[in-house]
Design a protein around this ligand. Structure first.
Ligand code: BV8
Ligand code: ZN
Length: 250
């Protein structure tokens, strides 16, 4: 795969790289995205499912959706894009991986330091006493599980619409975006805030912004480069290019 001289120059001298990933990086593992063709939101409306009021109104329906997503995630494996980012983390001194995904695939691919802005579907907690439940299984995949200590409703440990992101995690992501020289935005429609602010933060601080996506997005007009194609092909190629730049064959 050929990259521009500008991107190669930025890769060669990059001391600090920040990466933001979205559902698109997990698509080739078989995890449905939210807004794509067969996206999750096509069948379900986000406002009907990914928010606290919907959960209180309809805990069983919301859990049916999360039980389905947890099942999908248990059946899939990280793809070459996840693996390449775990590799990239070892090659760059100051490397920060920020994800909007809740599927834990970056960690399963070997990434050691992952900033999860929207939580993690493999964790749950009781809404009444906040007791943590590592990987709860809804009794019959349809009924919302209850806390064995206080009987309260258990919810997935993800950030729903209208809920605050973990402030310490987001602050760290913002700092990484502000200090990086290269920002890679991979597989996100860049429409969910405040995560979607991170590429602009990087841009405003002089970073070279590269988008990797199957199609153009709201971000494309502001990115220095939009590399159209599959993350599973492009991301490994970028990491390979960095390897070659850093270890030129004699
Ligand atoms: C909050 C739950 C405030 C977890 C999700 C401005 C500032 C702050 C907030 C807002 C704001 N404007 C609007 C808001 C409200 C809202 C928001 O952003 N709404 C949007 C829709 C307009 N934001 C919030 O509510 C956030 N909370 O800010 O609270 C607050 C203030 C005070 C007090 C209290 C609260 C919370 C946001 C988090 C919501 N939770 N999900 C879960 O169950 O997963 S959002 C959901 O969308 C997912 O988490 C997902 O991560 C996220 C983003 O989606 P993407 O990852 O981008 O996925 P998508 O399908 O959209 O796109 C996939 C892309 O991949 C596509 O571009 C496709 O082309 C590409 N692709 C596909 N295949 C491939 C590929 N690319 C490469 N290779 C491939 N093979
Ligand atoms: Zn409880």
């Amino acid at each position: 795969m050929k990259f521009s001289d500008k991107l190669l120059a930025r890769l060669r001298r990059a001391e600090s790289i920040c990466v933001l990933t979205g559902a698109g990086i997990s698509a080739e593992s078989g995890v449905p995205t939210f807004r794509g063709g067969d996206g999750l939101w096509k069948k379900f409306k986000p406002e009907e499912l990914a928010n606290f009021d919907a959960f209180i109104r309809n805990p069983d329906v919301v859990w049916e959706w999360y039980a389905y997503r947890k099942k999908v995630i248990q059946e899939v494996v990280p793809n070459p894009a996840h693996v390449a980012l775990a590799e990239l983390e070892k090659l760059v001194t100051d490397f920060t991986l920020v994800t909007q995904n809740v599927d834990n695939l970056h960690r399963r691919a070997g990434s050691m330091r992952v900033l999860e802005l929207h939580g993690n579907i493999e964790r749950s907690y009781c809404i009444s006493c906040r007791k943590k439940f590592p990987d709860v299984k809804p009794p019959d995949n349809r009924t919302a599980p209850r806390c064995d200590t206080c009987g309260g409703l258990i919810r997935p440990d993800v950030v729903w619409f209208g809920e605050l992101l973990p402030q310490d995690v987001f602050a760290e992501a913002e700092k990484a975006a502000a200090r990086c020289d290269l920002f890679l935005c991979i597989g996100t429609s860049a429409v969910v805030y405040p995560a979607a602010m991170l590429p602009s933060t990087a841009l405003n601080h002089g970073a070279y912004l590269v988008e990797i996506n199957a199609e153009y997005t709201d971000l494309s007009s502001r990115a220095h480069e939009s590399l159209l194609g599959k993350a599973g092909t492009i991301v490994p190629a970028i990491v390979q290019a960095l390897h070659t730049l850093r270890n030129p064959t004699p």
